[in-house]
Design a protein around this ligand. Structure first.
Ligand code: KIV
Length: 263
């Protein structure tokens, strides 16, 4: 049976953690969901890991549609979330709807958009028209040139308050899930306790409702230095299937992320 947004929301309500990994093709879609991964994120990180770019900014709508189709063909069980790429939704709610509809037609069950308050109208426009949306706050890689690097967010009182306010506004606008990337664990905990939709952490500590990692990172395949929040689940295992099952078990039992992976 297919995992739905309702399944994920019920798991979070019952304090059962769920698991997400990025996925870009059909073979991995099958491997990941058979190892117990609940949701597959067709992330625009494919620009980094597949295309060799240093940012996600060159990823196009056509790339995201193509990889969503690949993942969708290989998947029978998992909930599929696809990133809307840079430039495909920021202009207007209408632009976002037109492009999100193409991603949903390609097989995604939800789209993900980056940004806080500024994206609330767009998020509401999409959800009111039948397109589930995952919000993404904290380190938002599509804002890299404004953020000045891939660094911790929400680490001052002012920016922490801003992120908490953003989370509340995006929930009110209709977000179904919320990715929180690279913020102090204490802040992610506060956000998770304040809003009622599930939070999905990456570099945001153990208190989120779920965890996500870039697939290649958790398999120990890095192009540069391993980020602090990543664990290499391939180390000490004999197969990709075993590594993914070990990630699923570590997240569900609260063993990952541990102190060494959080801020
Ligand atoms: O594109 C991606 O892989 C992501 C995750 C890092 C959350 O957005």
């Amino acid at each position: 049976m297919r995992t739905t947004l309702t399944t994920l929301q019920k798991l979070a309500e019952n304090n059962e953690k769920f698991t997400v990994l990025t996925c870009y093709d059909a073979i991995f879609a099958g491997i990941l969901e058979n190892a117990g991964v609940d949701a597959l994120l067709v992330g625009d990180s494919l620009g980094n890991v597949l295309h060799g770019e240093s940012t996600t900014l060159a990823v196009t709508l056509d790339h995201m549609i193509y990889h969503t189709r690949c993942v969708s063909r290989g998947s029978n069980k998992a909930f599929i979330i696809t990133d809307m790429p840079f430039g495909s939704y920021q202009q207007s709610p209408q632009q976002a709807f037109e492009n999100a509809a193409k991603i949903i037609s390609a097989g995604a069950h939800m789209v993900k958009i980056e940004g806080g308050l500024i994206m609330a109208d767009t998020l509401q426009f999409l959800t009111q028209r039948g397109i589930p949306v995952c919000a993404h706050i904290g380190l938002t890689p599509q804002f890299i040139h404004q953020l000045g690097g891939y660094k911790l967010q929400g680490n001052s009182q002012k920016s922490a308050k801003q992120l908490l306010d953003d989370a509340k506004i995006l929930e009110k606008a209709g977000a179904g899930l919320m990715v929180i990337e690279m913020v102090p664990a204490k802040l992610a905990k506060k956000i998770t306790q304040t809003i009622s939709i599930p939070t999905i952490g990456i570099g945001a500590g153990v208190y989120c409702s779920a965890q996500v990692l870039v697939l290649h990172d958790m398999l120990g395949l890095y192009r540069s230095k391993k980020p602090r929040f990543v664990k290499d689940f391939m180390a000490g295992t004999n197969s990709i299937q075993e590594a993914v099952a070990s990630y699923v078990s570590a997240v569900k039992t609260g063993q990952f992320p541990s102190n060494e992976h959080e801020f």
